[in-house]
Ligand binder design. Sequence first.
Ligand SMILES: Cc1ncc(COP(=O)(O)O)c(C=O)c1O
Length: 427
Amino acid sequence: MTMNHIGPDAILQKKREYLIPCVYHFYKKPMQIVRGEMQYLYDHTGRQYLDFYGGVSVMNAGHCNPEVVEKICDQVRTLQHTTAIYLTQPMVDLAEKLSEITPGSLKRSFFCASGSEASEGAALLAQLHTKKYKFVAVQQGLHGRTKLTMNLTGLPMWRTDPNPSGDIVHIPGAYCYRCAYELTYPLCDLQCARYLEDVVKNGGFAAFIAEPIQGNGGIITPPSGYFQLVREILDAYNVLFIADEVQTGFGRTGEMFAIEHWGVVPDIMTMAKALANGTPIGSFITNDTIASSYARPGASTMGGNPVSATAALTTIDVIERYQLTQKAKDLGDYFKDKLIELQQRHKLIGDVRGKGLMLGVELVKEDKIPATEETDNILEGLKDRGILAGKTGVSRNVLTFQPPLVITREDIDRVIETLDDILYVSL
Ligand SMILES: Cc1ncc(COP(=O)(O)O)c(C=O)c1O
């Protein structure tokens, strides 16, 4: 341990003493992370970890990507913050860039500092535009930690609010492995999407909000046709579609934005996390018509600040120049095939799902009983062997992989071999 690093025990002690206890952490024996370098993190002892969780789908261009870091440092040294009441260039350049890379007529952005704020702002915009106030959201979805976004969130684990507010209906998601209707795709005729019509036909709904692939909910990946049908239903009842791309955006799934897999254009799209590769940022984007409904002054002190905006512009540039979206697709296909091979050898693996480098492995015991404890043990085992992964799902039994998009096939092979070994040896 170097002089500067107090080590995990002292950190845990300070955490217990000074943080609100809701701030939880992974691992029975956690380490102190002190440094990052592309797909690697290093702890206080100098030990290297291959990071296959990317700070929860944030570090798409890699930890401390030198090109991003250089531009951030230049910007910090030149101009750090003004607030949008003064004119600065990075914010408008970023808005222009986002209008180019987002689908369809999405064009006008509002910048804030987190994914929760992005969801909250998108919901407000939908209400302002439609003059309707109810929302439909998806069970197991996650949209944020503020009052409204926590209530839009379907995942019980994150619905801490003891006094839920907002007129919100949660519908079953396209969770084919545990279908709420006990049907099988495609014979199901997308019953989960059709149920949306039963809800919105009652009137009064401003928007339907959904993650194209649910991240925290367990990498729940709707089948082909799902969002196309959702879009048809919403159009028929004049309800807006908010796509929450906070986890799925910026090349992660093998498309720049995950909703593009379904060829559907949302009315409003939210983004955060990977947008600025680890620098706090959030944003929502919409078309000209919807944007025109939000003309009263709106401001976020940190929104569009020169450092975050520069970090975002450079991150997008890196994603494009190094073709990280295509890389996510190719490496993701390779990784998923290998995980499916593992599934054939290990009964504990019930389902493998996801797209690109956003993959989930649902671990189950007999009769699909969630293998929650086993998931924790595997995570700990991977960490002890120098690999970081995530866990998601209602029962926290979905091993989750969302690595930086700069990984290699050899990295994937190492994860597969290690996981194979852990599944054989330690369970
Ligand atoms: C899909 C999705 N939306 C919104 C949020 C909230 O983002 P933040 O934690 O930046 O407020 C999250 C956080 O994990 C998320 O996964």
